[in-house]
Ligand binder design. Sequence first.
Ligand SMILES: Cc1ncc(COP(=O)(O)O)c(C=O)c1O
Length: 424
Amino acid sequence: MSTFSPSRSHALELDQQDPLASFRERFVISDSELLYMDGNSLGRLPKAAVERTRQVVETEWGQDLIRGWNKGWWEAPQRVGDKIGQLTGAAPGQVIVSDTTSLNLYKLVMAALMHQPNRKRIISDAFNFPSDLYILQGCANVFGNRHEIIRVGSQDEGLTPDLNALESAINEDTALVTLSHVFFKSGYLYDMQHITDLAHRKGALVLWDLCHSVGALPIQLDACNADLAIGCTYKYLNGGPGAPAFLYVNKNIQQKMVSPIWGWWGQNKPFDFGLDYEPAPGVNHFLVGSQPILSLLMMESALDPTLEAGLDSIRQKSVALTGYLIHLADEILSPLGFRLGSPRAADRRGSHVSLRHADAYRINRALIEELNVIPDFRAPDNIRLGLAPLYTTFVEVWDTIDRIRRVIEEKRHEKYPQTRLTVT
Ligand SMILES: Cc1ncc(COP(=O)(O)O)c(C=O)c1O
């Protein structure tokens, strides 16, 4: 049926052939028995970030003190933004690092709606990250709820979107189409070029949430002529918990976009301390106030392994890892009540795989508490396994499937309550 063999020795062979294998050494791995399958929520700690953080704290903050602002802190949002631009197909001057994903989404959605006051439709899907949908509702509320927010559905229980429904929902009244490039539950990957073209044909702007794709696959924002994008840096970019996020505004529309929050970091000449706001040129006026410099500089150093490995190689390994996991799950876990919660087609899949089971929550608990496996659970019935090509190995995938099998066969999950912990 396939070239994969379900034996562990085959997984070891795949690791030996892996051209990215050496990148695992670039990360802190304190427990080699732990199967960390949650790099799509919080990436591992890069060793370079440990060193860089010590240097920033001890030397730049500790010794340079306020002088640090003139030694690279002030320009960090643009400098690191351009580095992220290299990972998202954006030429310099279009990406800045700032604030959180949710806040950046707010700024860009408001800008898009203010720019097209006569268009009353906003299109997303029912599989977008809920925070994104809340932000849209909040923005519509600011405008007096004049906008109709359409959440396109699915015909296969949320695995993939209903693309026909999406296409027909986009009309001349549409101000904005905003979608997660990769679904946070099923891992479905949109065709960015196709959807962007559909929206542009009707004159709508497009805003992509790249949280689950950045660092895991090649992204071509400029080539697709995307208008706007946002993303986080704590998943596949390994920037650390709560690391600052980024936003992209295509240079072709930068002059038309007005930030809804006018702060001094977005002012043209902040150190003139003039009393009237004058927006900084380009994408810079989307900055608001002081940025979390320690976190930002730590994250800057964390980007290097991804840049060095290259996104084509990362994608190649990601497809191999997710394909391998699906193959093993088909063979070993489907007889035990699991079904695939992610697309089978590799070109429509990001770098995580969801396995669905009626008892998914309790199985997930047993994996974390007894078998040293960390996936995550996403309601109602998904165990999500994130495969981070820079450090996830094929043998870890094999061991994860094997430990899931053990939970079921040994009925280890049955002693856990259905009541969920706060963070799942
Ligand atoms: C797809 C997606 N969008 C938005 C967010 C919200 O990000 P933040 O909490 O950094 O604002 C997340 C968080 O995981 C996410 O996965």
